[in-house]
Design a binder for this molecule. Structure first.
Ligand code: DLL
Length: 432
């Protein structure tokens, strides 16, 4: 089922024509209204009229998170503040937060795109949706909320936190779809089990999870524990929030809302496009945003495009689940490692709990990595021999997946902090 079939099944040629028209309009708007872009284009001698095909986008300069920070708070807005009806900001865990704005029209577009993602994930107006993303400056809560209302579903704006209450509401209000981060979904699932509630007595059918990286193994874990169909959806505040891309029920890559976002995959070192289908950094240009358009925004997210047609019939290109961020990448003994690779290994090992943390420290000139993993109770309290066997097994599997050895520490169940929002998987002691 589609939310906007005429758009979602548009032929490529027609789509590219639409993208080009919208790109030209966006470029004219930013050139006219945002001094930052005007200066950059003028310095490079770029006339917006020179952009005559989608491929010409490569002539334009990139925009980075630093550019956004330097223009804090409103410097990159393309409309006067009186036309802005909503302001969000990214959490700013890695520095000053970035501020984004939306016009009335932007909110309409955003709701519509989220409605597409929700519909692709199985949601209809008959669903009762529990939104357990934080409501506030974070785009997750409000972004999903407006899209869900747009569909006509019954929305429970519970926000994140208070897990016992989440579960009570889920039981009493007969929630059919849960929307939050995958790590919070797992915490909810584990709490349901601990409370001795039979998951089959709940009405849950679908889960739409996003806002942080997760693995296929984690999807399986959540689906099994909550007895739902779980899809992945992606977005980022700088570009819009949720609604940029989402999986359909095939669960094999996220359809990008290409009529609103022009995407490129570049090599983050050379900044050149990667060959089709190869992994690199996702770069996004917004095509319809009024208040806060971005041109060639470097997301730092690593993914690849999946050009083959999807059996669901949507024509929008899919992207592979985000494998990690360029700034999350660990270089251990010269080898590039992403937390998601470690997760993939751990989730497949019997006797471990799906909770882990990666601690990076420096010993002399070398990075030293310890993977802390929770083990299930019987093993933790069992004899040393069993613990050692399990530790060896984890070390061996990690070594074969990563190509390097890391330290492993088994810890008691529940000793790693649980997350109600985005999980913090990597503790980097090197920066302290
Ligand atoms: O996380 C927007 C969002 C809200 C998306 C709700 C989906 C659902 P930010 O807080 O600005 O915005 O964080 C954006 O989170 O650049 C990715 O690194 C990461 N991220 C978001 N979705 C996914 C996903 C929201 N499905 C940053 N898989 C992005 C992996 C994701 N990483």
């Amino acid at each position: 089922m589609y939310w906007e079939p005429e758009k979602e099944t548009m032929e490529r040629e027609e789509l590219e024509q639409l993208q080009l028209e919208r790109l030209e309009a966006t470029l004219n708007r930013v050139h006219m209204n945002v001094p930052f872009y005007r200066r950059k284009f003028d310095a490079l001698g770029i006339d917006t009229d020179d952009i005559r095909s989608i491929g010409d986008i490569r002539k334009l300069p990139f925009t980075t998170k630093d550019d956004l920070r330097e223009n804090y708070p409103y410097g990159l807005f393309a409309v006067p503040l009186r036309e802005v009806v909503r302001i969000h900001a990214s959490s700013g865990t890695t520095g000053m937060s970035t501020v984004v704005g939306y016009t009335k029209n932007d909110i309409k577009t955003w709701s519509n795109l989220v409605a597409r993602v929700l519909t692709a994930g199985g949601i209809t107006k008959d669903d009762v949706i529990q939104i357990a993303f934080g409501y506030g400056l974070f785009t997750g809560g409000f972004g999903i909320h407006y899209g869900a209302e747009r569909i006509g579903a019954s929305v429970i704006p519970i926000s994140s936190g208070n897990t016992a209450r989440q579960i009570k509401i889920m039981q009493d209000f007969k929630t059919t779809a849960l929307i939050c981060t995958p790590s919070y979904a797992l915490l909810i699932a584990d709490t349901i089990m601990e409370m001795g509630i039979n998951v089959n007595s709940l009405s849950l059918k679908y889960g739409l999870f996003g806002a942080e990286p997760w693995s296929e193994a984690m999807r399986k874990e959540i689906q099994d524990k909550l007895k739902i169909v779980a899809t992945d959806n992606y977005g980022l505040s700088e570009v819009m929030g949720p609604g940029v891309a989402g999986e359909c029920l095939e669960r094999n890559g996220l359809h990008i809302n290409e009529d609103n976002f022009l995407v490129e995959i570049i090599n983050p070192e050379t900044l050149e496009p990667v060959p089709p289908g190869e992994t690199g950094e996702l770069v996004i240009t917004t095509l319809t945003k009024e208040a806060f358009p971005v041109i060639r925004f470097r997301t730092r997210d690593l993914t690849r495009l999946i050009p083959s047609p999807c059996p669901c019939g949507r024509k929008f290109m899919r992207m592979h689940r985000v494998m990690g961020r360029t700034d999350d990448m660990l270089i251990i003994k010269g080898v590039n490692v992403f937390p998601s690779q470690i997760e993939h290994v751990l989730f497949d090992i019997e006797g471990t709990e799906p909770h882990y943390q990666i601690i990076v420290d420096r010993k002399g000139a070398m990075d030293d990595v310890t993977v802390k993993v929770e083990v299930s109770e019987p093993i933790f309290f069992d004899e040393m021999k069993k613990q050692n066997e399990l530790m060896d097994l984890i070390k061996r599997r990690l070594a074969s997946e990563l190509g390097i050895g890391v330290n492993v520490r088994l810890v008691e169940k529940k000793s790693i902090e649980r997350s109600e929002g985005k999980a913090k998987r990597v503790i980097d002691l090197r920066k302290i």
